[in-house]
Design a binder for this molecule. Structure first.
Ligand code: GLP
Length: 260
């Protein structure tokens, strides 16, 4: 796991955008795994800015989002489909027909989950998977206790996650109780995983998943089992890391190697 400690959230977003652009330049028809939440917002803004400056194009890319609420009608302002449309798809040249999100609005959620897994496979798998992290260590909507081998399925949200996400709704009662989410196994199949964490509220989860034991009680800890993970954190989210000095030292050496 490569842990990169950056000054602030803006630096995290810029570095994340660099990694996206590098992936897209290497393979314009790459498959991107996308995330929602407050954390990736600035990265999407930066990508939109670079697109508008002619620095990057998404026209040949395919995308799969991590998750979606169950039961919100299409077009609901807090649905993740709407979020992606507003913050990334409509501001860039993504081809809407290749932008996928799980469908949490139908009656056959099991069928929709299976179809989602098949669609990812048919696209050739995910090249770059973007992730945020919940304050309890969840990734996508894989709450603590999720199987580390899980695939796309319906998952109930914890009270903690509903409370954390209530800021986007009028009240906590409006936050759905269920989601449809890719599994931890699905995430681990991605070729490169990029996790972003910013702010002091994430410091405890960051320390636990980077330096603690691998356990389903902290879903992000499963990333320790993956061969290519980049973790971008700001100083506030890195505050509880006990080996921060070592990660900084590794980065210095790494930058020298990459510069040479
Ligand atoms: C939700 C999403 C996760 C996201 C998490 C943290 O639960 N399903 O994918 O990582 O929120 O969100 P934020 O970035 O707003 O802290």
């Amino acid at each position: 796991m490569r842990v990169v400690i950056l000054e602030d959230a803006a630096a995290v977003s810029n570095r994340a955008a660099d990694i996206f652009c590098h992936t897209l330049r290497k393979r314009p028809d790459c498959v991107l795994g996308l995330a929602t939440g407050g954390t990736p917002l600035k990265t999407y803004q930066e990508l939109a800015r670079r697109y508008q400056n002619g620095e990057v194009s998404f026209s040949d890319a395919t995308s799969f989002n991590l998750d979606e609420y169950v039961g919100l009608p299409a077009g609901h302002p807090q649905s993740y489909r709407q979020f992606m449309h507003e913050h990334l798809f409509s501001c860039t040249d993504f081809d809407a027909s290749r932008c996928h999100l799980p469908d949490g609005s139908g009656n056959d959620l099991k069928g929709a989950s299976e179809q989602y897994e098949s669609a990812i496979l048919a696209a050739g798998g995910i090249d770059l998977q973007l992730l945020g992290i919940g304050s309890d260590g969840h990734i996508a909507f894989n709450e603590p206790g999720s199987s580390l081998a899980s695939r796309t399925r319906v998952k109930a949200l914890t009270q903690q996650t509903r409370q954390d996400n209530a800021r986007f709704f009028q009240s906590i009662d409006e936050v759905p109780r269920l989601s449809i989410t890719v599994g931890i196994g699905t995430i681990l199949d991605a070729k490169h995983i990029l996790l972003l964490a910013t702010g002091e509220k994430k410091a405890s989860a960051v320390r636990a998943f980077v330096e603690g034991p691998v356990t389903s009680m902290l879903p992000a800890s499963a990333l320790q089992m993956h061969r290519h993970v980049t973790v971008l954190v700001d100083e506030a989210a890195a505050a509880w890391l006990s080996r921060a000095d070592y990660y900084r030292q590794v980065e210095e050496v790494q930058s020298e190697l990459e510069g040479s």
